[in-house]
Design a protein around this ligand. Structure first.
Ligand SMILES: Cc1cc2nc3c(=O)[nH]c(=O)nc-3n(C[C@H](O)[C@H](O)[C@H](O)COP(=O)(O)OP(=O)(O)OC[C@H]3O[C@@H](n4cnc5c(N)ncnc54)[C@H](O)[C@@H]3O)c2cc1C
Length: 302
């Protein structure tokens, strides 16, 4: 248990965005507590890509190194656990954890990420982050020139197909229901030989998460090396909402250009508030958030 209970800033979420905020705040000698439950969204992916200097490392290698670097700053403390409740106090906020510890701070940073809602289809969860992937920039290069699926419909599927088309010319869109493309989109998909299957999927046959076949409701099966899947998500923590932070129409925490939420003294960074889902972006927005929170603490005192 952490002894000091009152901090300048509490950061909830100690993955890439949270650690990046903590580094900026630690270097400004702010007393910071990071509360982290240790469940980053990319934990199942074998190799992380497209983050300069760390390309190809495991997610864990990157976060271990990040944590080691942040731990050098003695004003930054860590608490392993889940933040379960947030309340407003006269001077700031109080956070309660699953172990009933209570911590207070003038400012709160949510770096809590998002939780993917996986479809209840056999094999999906095993393949997620390995051969069922979310982003061409993160994993597309590794599956270049291979037999690739896109499990999505409408504008999302069309956008993904246009990006993936530069990586492979063997693409099948699986809409799992009636395809929703206008005639102009259909013409373009046709020109690029992109196939469309509307039948629902019943199983992702795989070996240790490596996709082998996609099996359809009509019992047909097609072999694939990888498939992009656009799946829904929920906020990993509901504390920002309980404190009154507004969400965008897409379900992200609403922030301004300085990562400030709609509630004074509360900031959000990383995946929870941005649809550009990448470690580079999480680190960037976390760094900005740390500087903005420090700037506000400075203005209140100086
Ligand atoms: C399968 C997959 C593969 C990916 N591959 C890549 C890749 O190759 N390259 C790339 O750049 N990006 C990749 N990404 C995206 C990247 O992982 C995310 O953009 C990044 O992890 C976001 O960082 P974050 O700190 O915002 O959130 P996360 O890394 O998800 O971390 C959120 C942290 O907050 C903690 N937390 C949440 N709620 C609470 C609470 N109430 N109390 C305490 N702690 C809490 C969680 O336990 C977690 O540790 C991938 C994503 C997925 C899903």
């Amino acid at each position: 248990m952490t002894e000091v209970k009152d901090f300048d800033v509490i950061i909830i979420g100690g993955s890439y965005a949270g650690l990046s905020s903590a580094m900026a705040l630690g270097r400004a000698l702010r007393n910071v507590l990071i509360i982290d439950s240790g469940l980053p969204c990319n934990r199942q992916t074998p190799h992380s890509h497209n983050f300069l200097t760390q390309d190809g490392k495991t997610p864990k290698e990157i976060s271990i190194l990040a944590k080691q670097q942040v731990q050098k700053y003695e004003t930054v403390k860590f608490h392993k656990g889940l933040a379960t409740l947030g309340t407003k106090t006269t001077n700031g906020f109080e956070i309660t954890t699953d172990t009933k510890d209570k911590f207070t701070a003038k400012k709160l940073i949510f770096a809590t990420g998002i939780k993917d809602t996986m479809p209840a289809i056999k094999g999906f969860a095993e393949c997620w982050g390995i051969s069922l992937i979310h982003c061409p920039y993160c994993h597309g290069y590794e599956y270049r020139k291979q037999n690739t699926g896109i499990i999505a419909n409408g504008a999302k599927a069309f956008h993904l197909a246009s990006l993936v088309n530069n990586l492979t010319d063997n693409i099948t869109i699986m809409t799992t229901g009636k395809a929703d493309f206008n005639s102009e989109q259909l013409d373009k998909l046709n020109v690029h030989n992109i196939k469309i299957i509307e039948t629902k999927i019943s199983e992702f046959e795989n070996k240790n998460g490596h996709l082998q076949n996609i099996v359809f409701d009509d019992s047909t099966k097609i072999s694939f090396d990888a498939a992009y899947a656009a799946i829904p998500f929920v906020q990993h923590s509901d504390i920002p909402i309980s404190l009154g932070c507004e969400l965008t129409e897409h379900g992200y925490i609403k922030v301004d250009d300085f990562q400030k939420t709609t509630i004074e003294g509360i900031y959000a960074c990383g995946d929870n508030s941005n649809m550009m889902r990448s470690i580079a972006n999480a680190v960037h927005s976390g760094n900005l958030t740390g500087a903005v929170a420090n700037g506000e603490l400075t203005n209140e005192k100086f």
